[in-house]
Design a protein around this ligand. Sequence first.
Ligand code: HEM
Length: 206
Amino acid sequence: MLKKVLHIIFILSCIGIGLYPILYFLIDQKFGLLTTKSADLLASEVWNVFFYLHIVLGGLALLIGWIQFLKKFREKNLSTHRIIGKIYVASCFISGISGLYIAYYATGGLITKVGFSSLAILWLYTTYMSFTAVKKGDIQRHLNLMIYSYALTFGAVTLRIWLPLLTMAFGEFLAAYKVVSWLAWVPNVIVAYFIVKNQSNINYQS
Ligand code: HEM
């Protein structure tokens, strides 16, 4: 029962945060992170293209990725699994490259730049390696690497859980943002490691 409830919360959080980037299109003024950016950066066409590519395709990856772990769905709909998989990989790839670019301009300085860049590189690496594994027919390695890839994608959810808590703890946004650029994803990688290690116990396979 608890596993089912946690699984439902997991899926709802993926859908909720996956749809969150829509707010940037609905709200007709400087919104969210944009309020922390300089006028020069906001006027940059390149930054804007990469920013919007990043948030839209990152949102799409989060929105569809969890479906891939449903074992029954996968077994009954292998061709759909393949189509969603290709969309997921392409979304991660484009969102990851653009994430790497916008990380260079991240609010908070060197700590956040390195934090988000490391996340982007690991995201691209695990997703790409998982894709090549399945192309070679190594299904177990494909699944293991996709667990890491999606744990990193899920960083978009954990970031938005940690950030308000850290902002309250530190009493200011900037210190919280520096910490969250690492805390949003390092624990997720550790959790992914234990999920991969204990594959037989995982709840998302049913
Ligand atoms: C996993 C790899 C990811 C990396 C490396 C990454 C990196 C970044 C970076 C560097 C920024 C700008 C930070 C700044 O300028 O201070 C950002 C912002 C943002 N990212 Fe990502 N991101 C990732 C995943 C995602 C995913 C999966 C989503 C899906 C919702 C997402 C949605 C957003 C949004 C909406 C913003 C704007 C900030 C906000 O409103 O909270 N990102 N990301």
